[in-house]
Design a protein around this ligand. Sequence first.
Ligand SMILES: Cc1cc2nc3c(=O)[nH]c(=O)nc-3n(C[C@H](O)[C@H](O)[C@H](O)COP(=O)(O)O)c2cc1C
Length: 184
Amino acid sequence: MLTAGYTPPINIRQVSQKATALGAHRALQSKTDPNGIITHASRSLAEISGFSVDELIGQPHNILRHPDMPDSVYYLMWQNIKAGEEFFGMVKNRCKNGDHYWVMTRVAAILDNGTTIGYSSARFTPNADLIPAWEELFTRMRDAEQSSGFSDDRRFKPASDVLCKFVQRKGFNNLTQLVLSQRS
Ligand SMILES: Cc1cc2nc3c(=O)[nH]c(=O)nc-3n(C[C@H](O)[C@H](O)[C@H](O)COP(=O)(O)O)c2cc1C
């Protein structure tokens, strides 16, 4: 989105579909500048992702992106955080070697006298039993994006509707409430 033209140093399409285990105690943290360029990464995030802290700093945050993630999740994330609201989501991230890890993620703006000077994020271990439902949801969201017939922001609407229905079927009013209920 914000990083068009960026060529990742790795082949982000190459994935193993093998999950990497997160210790329950980990809060994987990172910070970015206002454009999503990583300015800080915790050692725990580096360890799990397989990148060194130095490899992460200075890179766009999509260096962690897994190709199974729908674009609409990140569209929603940026809409929220740019509007000054915190965002909670379930995220499948790709490790440097193509493995992946699922995290319950909070992203929010870092403010200085009311001005956004960057964003911070913390990631926690989700309840593993709930991951298959998110895998299935994200497949349906990607399908909805592809079959929307639009190439601009309108392509996110059908996928967002799929996400809203998923949240409602689980008995929650919004994504934040659902995600917060799913910590391990
Ligand atoms: C603080 C912060 C943390 C983020 N964490 C992740 C992350 O863990 N994984 C990820 O794929 N994208 C993360 N993003 C979103 C990326 O900046 C980007 O929007 C996303 O990977 C989609 O990138 P693309 O549209 O260029 O493919 C984060 C953004 C911010 C501001």
